[in-house]
Ligand binder design. Sequence first.
Ligand code: SIN
Ligand code: MN
Length: 216
Amino acid sequence: MNIAPGAFHMKRYLPLDAQRALVAECRALLDGAVPAYVPTVRGGGKMHVRMLCLGRHWNGQTYRYEPVRSDFDGQPAPPLPGPFRELAREIAASAGMPLDADLCILNYYAADGRMGLHQDKDEGAASLAAGIPVVSVSLGDTARFLFGGTKRRDPVEAIPLESGDAFVFGGPARLRYHGVSRIIPGTAPPELGIEGRFNLTFRQYDVTRIEARASG
Ligand code: SIN
Ligand code: MN
């Protein structure tokens, strides 16, 4: 469903067996050798999610990407798995947009998880200028996702993101404000055996590969 120019909500994009496999991978990653943590952001507040960045680390103190987690434990961000990159490419393509993801932010929301309204604007300047999309995949409990405009004060629409849904925002929608006001506990498909919600957002920091293709 087209929400706004450049913004698409694809309900139940992932069938249940694919969701189950992805949940297992997310769990293993979140509790793996380089585990998820609760970032403390600029100003000292704690986020209301457990976060793990793959491919490139987003530093909650500097709001910049870096290879190692210098705001936490100095460990390198684990690599972005190839199948994740392929999934992100396929979802973006079904919205008619190119994406060669080089990073993913994996967040776990417990029953009290949430995320304030913000823009995703820390990826590379050329990526943002080209409107290369963010691709989001939701698993587990339903989230009340807020999607606004390009100014903080613009009106927001509340969109329930259910397990298996994909949401894509690129092109003219790339810098729209968004957030998660709440999680609705107990709404995950019982087959997944999970409490809470996983969200994966795939992004492309570096667009040199696409530029090379366009000019070559
Ligand atoms: C994000 O904005 O980074 C996450 C959005 C979501 O959890 O749906
Ligand atoms: Mn975001």
